[in-house]
Design a protein around this ligand. Structure first.
Ligand SMILES: Cc1cc2nc3c(=O)[nH]c(=O)nc-3n(C[C@H](O)[C@H](O)[C@H](O)COP(=O)(O)OP(=O)(O)OC[C@H]3O[C@@H](n4cnc5c(N)ncnc54)[C@H](O)[C@@H]3O)c2cc1C
Ligand code: FES
Length: 275
């Protein structure tokens, strides 16, 4: 799938709670992204910061005559994300993508029959949007575990509820302050389900997919090993170029050595990464 460096037209910028935002951009000539792929994007007329920022393609739809409308779900944490949140409809923004390798165990390689758990921490849910759509479309049941500090961190929860229920699964929310779902960590909820399943002689899940803070993904990787389940993580290692030129996105591997997150990832097998 070839990446295209193009200028996209901002169609909509939707402000969401806690400095989250949803940005819809029409990009002429861009090929659809596979679940887990990303784009490098910057705000309109942006000089500072110089480098574009990496964003997962959260949603996409054909926009006629070879164009694609992509949706990016983001959270303002610094200057690059603030410039994106400040975009206005009608402005042009640079978009390079789709980039990287997405979830490898989709399509013919995906789990057969067994249930999957998709585990998101906060805005990490953006990296799981196309995956949840694909699982629902293919009729592969999954439970979506969505964790945050408080209710406002669980953006687009209704959409993940709709997709998981369509697949035959459900949404499980956790918050550290107890303002939505169960109080606690999302990995505690996942571990509890697996332990209950193991007590009934069988794992509750055939595959685990995750995206979120590093510590959360590391905990999911430990749980996967403990319960003998395969899984993948979409890493969010800070990136300079997005296509292998700056060598700034190294991910340490369990077998020794490093991989470039932008080229060999951002999706890695949970057992591949030296967490
Ligand atoms: C493949 C990929 C996909 C991504 N998809 C999304 C997405 O869909 N939505 C989204 O909101 N974000 C996503 N991110 C993260 C996003 O790229 C960063 O939030 C962004 O680069 C921060 O830029 P900034 O200029 O706003 O902040 P900066 O000024 O660059 O950084 C502000 C502070 O945040 C820290 N920081 C920067 N990047 C990260 C990071 N990735 N994780 C933890 N801390 C960080 C910095 O060290 C600094 O302390 C993705 C990252 C990758 C690599
Ligand atoms: S971001 Fe430049 S090599 Fe990966």
């Amino acid at each position: 799938m070839a990446a295209l460096d193009s200028r996209g037209k901002v169609l909509e910028v939707r402000a969401l709670p806690l400095q989250h935002f949803l940005l819809r951009i029409r990009v002429a000539g861009m090929e659809p992204a596979a679940p887990g792929q990303f784009v490098m994007v910057a705000g309109a007329n942006q000089v500072e910061p110089y480098l574009r920022r990496a964003f997962s393609v959260y949603d996409q739809e054909p926009a006629g005559t070879g164009a694609l409308t992509i949706s990016l779900l983001g959270k303002v944490i610094g200057r690059g994300t603030a410039a994106l949140a400040a975009c206005l409809p009608g402005q042009d923004v640079p978009v390079l993508g789709p980039l990287g390798r997405g979830f490898h165990s989709m399509g013919a390689n995906g789990p057969r029959g067994g249930r999957a758990a998709v585990v998101a921490g906060g805005i990490g849910s953006a990296g799981l949007g196309l995956l949840a759509q694909a699982l629902a479309r293919e009729g592969r049941p999954f439970d979506f575990y969505y964790g945050g500090r408080s209710a406002d961190d669980l953006v687009e929860a209704e959409e993940f509820q709709r997709l998981s229920e369509r697949s035959g699964g459900r949404l499980l929310r956790t918050t550290e302050d107890g303002t939505a779902g169960a109080r606690g960590l999302v990995t505690e909820a996942l571990a509890a389900t697996l332990e209950a399943g193991a007590a009934q002689a069988g794992s509750a899940y055939e595959a685990l997919y995750t995206c979120g803070p590093h510590g959360l993904m590391a905990a999911v990787a430990r749980i996967a090993v403990e319960h003998g389940i395969e899984g993948e993580a979409a890493m969010e290692t800070p990136m300079g170029c997005g296509y292998g030129a700056c060598l700034g996105c190294a991910v340490e591997l369990e077998e020794g050595g490093y991989a470039l997150c932008c080229r060999q990832g951002p999706v890695f097998n949970l057992r591949e990464v030296a967490w």
